[in-house]
Design a protein around this ligand. Structure first.
Ligand SMILES: NC(=O)c1ccc[n+]([C@@H]2O[C@H](COP(=O)([O-])OP(=O)(O)OC[C@H]3O[C@@H](n4cnc5c(N)ncnc54)[C@H](OP(=O)(O)O)[C@@H]3O)[C@@H](O)[C@H]2O)c1
Length: 295
């Protein structure tokens, strides 16, 4: 399907693609592969709405882009901040051609909670769910939603989404809880894709694993070198790490794959629960209920 692979960069996969007149929202625009994604979309002509935890961080990140962007404050673990971001996007009066839900945290050493929700699940899944569903009506007819998951979703395999353990208090384990949040990312994208299709929309949604890239994501890991040593030969640069999300966001002709999970610029397999549509609907309903209860 694709001529690109694990070594392709975000610039290579978007070569020749003209994004002038398009607007893309990128979360986590100030660091790692989110910053590179924002830069390359901008390089191709897109207007980037760049979201970071604070307006200052977003402004600083966008200042380095080839084209002017619009900075946005969006602290994903603060639902008031997410609502504020939704309103700020609304007041921009610009239709969105796509969203890259890229921001994330990984492997918090101890269980941290807010609103009674484990922080990785809240930040990586619930915050993005609230943001994306909040701006649904601002998306163009052909908009794409790209949710950055991880191959680490497999760490959730034994216990799955643990919807009876949303605060993570039962046997907290950093990687299992990160995996749970990343499995939720996959199911969110898949369920969103189904819902778009059922509603007669041509919009699409995808999830992906970007590869293993040394970024600030490892900030909570005590010995990063030891963790990454076995993966050294397959690790990607930041330019390569941003490639799959830029590919999925911009490559024409991916519509037939809406709902799929990508890796190395190609459709890839998830663990079995990653394609469990009934589970995806359960997660969707539960997330909506949580958000309604949290006001
Ligand atoms: N790097 C890898 O090997 C790898 C592998 C698989 C999947 N991923 C996924 O790739 C995505 C990007 O990660 P990265 O490697 O580029 O890491 P990164 O450099 O740490 O970037 C993460 C971004 O998310 C933002 N963020 C974190 N918590 C947030 C919150 N509560 N509200 C709003 N923004 C928040 C960070 O903001 P601050 O800078 O302000 O903290 C930063 O901009 C993540 O979803 C990650 O799970 C990465």
């Amino acid at each position: 399907m694709s001529t690109f692979d694990a070594r392709s960069t975000a610039e290579q996969v978007s070569e020749g693609i003209d994004l002038r007149g398009k607007t893309w929202l990128v979360t986590g625009c100030n660091s790692g592969i989110g910053l590179e994604t924002a830069r390359v979309l901008s390089l191709r002509g897109a207007h980037v709405v760049g979201a970071a935890r604070t307006l200052e961080k977003a402004k600083e990140a966008l200042a380095g882009l080839p084209n002017p962007g619009s900075p946005l404050a969006c602290e994903l673990s603060d639902l008031g901040s997410v609502r504020g971001a939704v309103e700020a996007i609304r007041s921009m009066g610009t239709a969105l051609d796509g969203v890259i839900a890229n921001a994330g945290i990984m492997a918090l050493p101890k269980a941290e909670t807010k609103y009674g929700l484990e922080l990785q699940f809240l930040t990586n899944h619930v915050g993005h769910f609230a943001l994306v569903t909040g701006i649904d009506d601002l998306m163009t007819d052909l908009a794409r939603v790209v949710v950055v998951s991880s191959g680490a979703h497999r760490y959730a395999s034994e216990r799955g989404l643990e919807l009876d353990n949303l605060d993570g208090a039962t046997d907290y384990e950093p990687w299992r809880m990160y995996g749970r949040s990343k499995l939720a990312n996959i199911l969110f994208a898949r369920t969103l894709a189904h819902r778009f299709a059922k509603g007669g929309s041509q919009r699409t949604a995808f999830s992906l694993h970007p590869g293993v890239i040394r970024t600030n994501l490892t900030r909570h890991i005590a010995d990063v070198d030891t963790l990454l040593a076995p993966m050294k030969s397959s690790m990607k640069t930041v330019a390569q790490g941003a490639a799959t999300q830029v590919y999925v966001a911009t490559q024409p002709g991916l519509e037939a794959h809406s709902g799929a999970y990508f890796s190395d610029c190609a459709v890839a397999r998830t663990i079995p629960s990653g394609t469990d549509d009934a589970l995806g609907e359960v997660l969707w309903g539960r997330t909506e209920t949580l958000l309604a209860a949290l006001g």
